[in-house]
Design a protein around this ligand. Structure first.
Ligand code: FMN
Length: 328
């Protein structure tokens, strides 16, 4: 049984309204090697027949389906559908602090009942033969001691699960918004490193606040994988270095211009598929982040998202960026 995909050394975090199929196809221009995730998908929606949520293009692989849910049999059925649809692994969300998620009793609140969390993981594992993994945090509310982290990760480990993704801060469910929950509780990377020492055969992916390839390399001296979320939105070009710098595959790092050319080809494919350019274009808004003229590129692109010919819009946005002498 394979527990940890080689591609898990670097992964793009699941993000609702971000890691859509369009994001994932865009991401593949930058990196062929990294693991990509779906947005969180409610197990209930899948079980109630919304199988279109599981569609993806072959180029998106290796791709992990992230499920939200707290009912073991429901999760097991959804995991089975995910395996049938061809996902590389199934991940359970036990770290998301949004109100919507809490009212369904899933996400971060699941840390409060480790035995039930373990029952969910066990049911999913019984249902599929691909890896079942868990994305969580180091604690929740007042359950935030290191002892607690160890014991609830121990409960997950006891099911046979051998890969956890840990956002290295706790979730504070009463009082902080989901956005605040991604920045206010302090990061504690050493606690995640110590978990890896305590469970040497548990594959540990660290997440939270990582913004550079250099930081990824440092973390990889302590844990098995790194996962980046917001940094890839703010500066997607980080992903261009991943295959050579993190996976050491010997490939040349593409320039931003090469990426733009491939983005234009992808935009043409989107057009021929009848998909609106906006879906794709938004993922290239920050391609030139911090380059001279990037503001003009971004402004042009964002104000032409509704246009039909996305390849043309990208080319024109680039021309705007280059046309005026730089004083930025
Ligand atoms: C807009 C947005 C949506 C998110 N949606 C999910 C989600 O669906 N599932 C999940 O496990 N985490 C979700 N997260 C949390 C991220 O996966 C990640 O754990 C968090 O942003 C911390 O990593 P970062 O500092 O690299 O962004 C979301 C984060 C953002 C910013």
């Amino acid at each position: 049984m394979e527990y940890f995909l080689p591609s898990d050394r670097f992964s793009a975090a699941p993000m609702v309204d971000v890691t859509t199929p369009a994001f994932r196809r865009a991401a593949r221009i930058f990196t062929k090697k990294a693991t990509l995730y779906t947005e969180m998908i409610a197990a209930q929606a899948i079980v109630h027949g919304k199988l279109s949520l599981l569609e993806f293009a072959p180029e998106e692989m290796p791709l992990v389906l992230q499920l939200g849910g707290s009912e073991p049999q429901m999760l097991a059925k959804a995991a089975r559908e995910g395996e049938k649809a061809g996902f590389a692994a199934i991940n359970l969300n036990a770290g998301c602090p949004s109100d919507k998620v809490q009212s369904g009793d899933f996400g971060a609140v699941m840390m409060k009942d480790p035995a039930h969390l373990a029952a969910c993981v066990a049911a999913m594992q019984d249902a599929v033969s691909i890896p079942v993994t868990v994305k969580t945090r180091i604690g929740v509310d007042d359950l935030d001691t290191e002892e607690f982290t160890r014991s609830f990760i121990g409960a997950v480990y006891s099911t046979g699960c051998r890969h956890v993704v840990i956002h290295a801060r706790k979730a504070w469910l009463n009082g902080l918004s989901p956005k605040e929950n991604r920045s206010v509780p302090p990061l504690d990377y050493p606690r995640v490193y110590r978990l890896k020492e305590l469970f040497p055969d548990l594959h540990v992916t660290i997440n939270g606040g990582i913004t550079t390839i250099g930081q990824c390399k440092e973390h990889l001296c302590h844990v098995d994988g790194v996962m980046l979320g917001r940094a890839l939105v703010d500066n997607p070009y980080i992903m261009a270095c991943v295959d050579s710098e993190i996976f050491g595959d010997g490939s040349a790092v593409k320039s931003r211009e090469q990426i733009l050319d491939e983005a234009m080809e992808l935009a043409s494919r989107f057009k021929s598929e009848g998909q609106p350019f906006r879906r794709l274009g938004q993922h290239f808004l920050n391609l030139f982040a911090s380059c001279p003229g990037s503001r003009r590129y971004r402004q042009y692109l964002s104000s032409h998202m509704g246009d039909d010919d996305g390849a043309r819009v990208l080319a024109d946005a680039y021309a705007r960026m280059k046309s005026v002498p730089e004083r930025e």
